[in-house]
Design a protein around this ligand. Structure first.
Ligand code: MBD
Ligand code: FE
Length: 306
């Protein structure tokens, strides 16, 4: 069947001849996706068995709550970021901290403190490297933003995230830090390890069929927000990770790989009441002011809340 005939069919399937009230946006999107899917079935001569295997796959991915993971692994979440970057460039917004994907593992409701927080509960300190990370949140003019919210979350030494991994304490490695009167934040935590897709899960199953791995480099997630400013969703990567430029979710970006300083000076170790050298990362965030000429950066998506 040719593509024009398929488009006619798809339109007929979506639009009722009796023309009942409908959501025009849903109609527009469903008609397009339905037509595109039928064209793919036609062009690739997809068999009924293959079709139903695809339906089962999506059902299984949904039942396993892995559709967010799949969207990241297929590059779709990265694609939304590319489009957001293009919209900002068209609106003349330049110079902010680069965005990168949120991923599926944010949990709302983390404990909030001003200026400083410790993220880890000490449970992995026998193996972990202690990390201090600090910096300033600036506006688009380079002025510090006191009272900005820095939401931070990352994985433990097994690459697992609290809440999804019930063996970790509540809100382990998740905090909200409000910047101090000079716009500064600081936290103490541990250097995380990269995430790997559940090896027996639906996402990894598809990645295996594609000949792809399901690993992320070690990273730390952030939401940075302030009144009258565009919310920033980003991550920093831990430099030196073997997957740094081979992320299954395509989220590594220039500008998001800060240098890590290994602090071995005894006085500095003492000052932090530690017994071992520690790692330190300086990283500042630059937010854009709110603007009506670019799409909003507050994204509505299903998220866990604890
Ligand atoms: C993660 O930790 C993550 O950040 C993404 C994008 C996908 C899976 C796990
Ligand atoms: Fe992550």
């Amino acid at each position: 069947m040719n593509h024009t005939d398929i488009e006619t069919l798809a339109k007929n399937w979506v639009v009722d001849a009796a023309s009942r009230p409908a959501n025009p946006r849903v109609r527009q999107v469903v008609e397009r996706l339905l037509g595109d899917l039928c064209k793919a079935i036609e062009d690739l001569d997809v068999t009924p068995t293959e079709f139903w295997s695809g339906v089962s796959y999506m059902a299984a991915a949904g039942a396993a709550n892995e559709l967010g993971l799949l969207a990241a692994g297929l590059g779709l979440e990265r694609f939304l970021d590319i489009r957001a970057d293009e919209a900002e460039a068209r609106a003349g917004l330049t110079g902010g901290t680069p965005r990168t994907i949120e991923g599926p593992l944010y949990v709302a409701g983390a404990p909030e403190t001003v200026g400083y927080a410790r993220l880890d509960d000490g449970s992995e300190l026998d193996r972990a490297e202690v990390l201090f990370m600090q910096g300033t949140v600036y506006d688009q003019h380079g002025r510090p933003l006191p009272g900005a919210k820095v939401e931070v979350w990352h994985a433990n030494l097994l690459g697992n995230y609290s809440f999804f991994d019930r063996t970790q304490s509540d809100f382990h490695l998740r905090r909200t830090i409000v910047t101090d009167d000079q716009g500064r934040y600081q936290f103490r935590s541990i250097i995380p390890v990269g995430y790997g897709c559940p090896p027996d899960g639906t996402t990894q199953h598809l990645l295996n069929l594609l000949g792809r791995h399901g690993q992320r480099p070690a990273h730390i997630h952030f939401f940075v927000s302030a009144p009258d400013h565009r919310k920033l969703t980003t991550q920093i990567n831990i430099d030196g990770d073997e997957y740094l430029w081979d992320d299954f979710a395509f989220a590594s970006r220039e500008g998001l790989v800060p240098p890590i300083t290994r602090v071995t000076d005894a006085a500095q170790i003492d000052a932090r009441r530690l017994k071992q050298p520690f790692a330190s990362i300086d990283f500042d965030f630059r937010l854009h002011g709110a603007t009506p000429s670019a799409p909003g950066t507050e994204v509505d998506r299903p998220r866990a809340a604890a």
